[in-house]
Design a protein around this ligand. Sequence first.
Ligand SMILES: Nc1nc2c(c(=O)[nH]1)N[C@@H](CN(C=O)c1ccc(C(=O)N[C@@H](CCC(=O)O)C(=O)O)cc1)CN2
Length: 287
Amino acid sequence: MSMPPDPRFTITLTCPDRPGIVHGLTGDLVRAGCNVVESQQFSSPDTGAFFMRVTVDAPAGQTAEGLRAAVALSAGEFTMDLRIREDSARMRTLILGSTDEHCVNRLLFAQRAGSLPIDVAAVVSNHPGLSELATFYGVPFHHIPVTRETKPEAEAQLEALIAELDVELVVLARYMQIFSPQLAQSLAGRAINIHHSFLPSFKGARPYHQAHERGVKVIGATAHYVTDDLDEGPIIAQETIPVSHHHSAAQFVEMGREVEGRTLTQAVRWHAEHRILLDGKRTVVFH
Ligand SMILES: Nc1nc2c(c(=O)[nH]1)N[C@@H](CN(C=O)c1ccc(C(=O)N[C@@H](CCC(=O)O)C(=O)O)cc1)CN2
């Protein structure tokens, strides 16, 4: 009977930059019997913060808790904000949508194809129309209607579902409801939105029509973390495509669908692979 492979863990950390961090952490890891198979780091000249992402093969039977104890000395000496996750664990994800299907479909297809290391706990929408798509992919669907008057209750229902399903990541796949400050704060760093423009241009509603009115020569999409400041959250991924005077606003909408789906899926993949670290209002992405 073949033995299971050695457990592989990914460690991410942020700390004040100073000499000795890499030496300290990798020394602890070697003493714990680990082999470093991937390592990336970045020193931010603007904020003086240091960021690192290390993937290690650990001895059989090792756990994240055991590794945390093994690196505790360095973590304490360098005041590291340190996270450790086993690579085999898939991120429990809830997909939020409204009426547009293309981004929800792209995420569900990528997960089913094995190119997105997530488990989709549910699709949730403020409209009933996405139920057929969720059912096609064998994913639970929850309809949580939202009106101006019922938004607090709807958000409470959503938060209860997130807790009940043990959700780690919430993806807004063209979900057209603005999160309250409380909900945005409660999901800080673990809610990703796709905005259908190349931010910071054309924030808010109907960005393709704003862009067409402006006569742009590229349109784009931006995946960003959700904050209370609408469409101002830390940017994770962006993509643009060329357009011209021949295209109508409706054609912008049609051409933009593929870009939105690719950009959102890329951002979700990087988040689920623990490749994104927050550097104030910006991100550091180790890809
Ligand atoms: N707190 C945040 N909530 C949301 C963000 C965000 O960055 N911070 N991103 C939006 C997505 N979005 C643009 O990408 C967006 C969605 C909806 C609206 C809007 O005006 N919604 C109205 C209701 C519209 C309707 O009922 O159809 C509203 O919520 O009052 C603007 C921008 C998702 N949420």
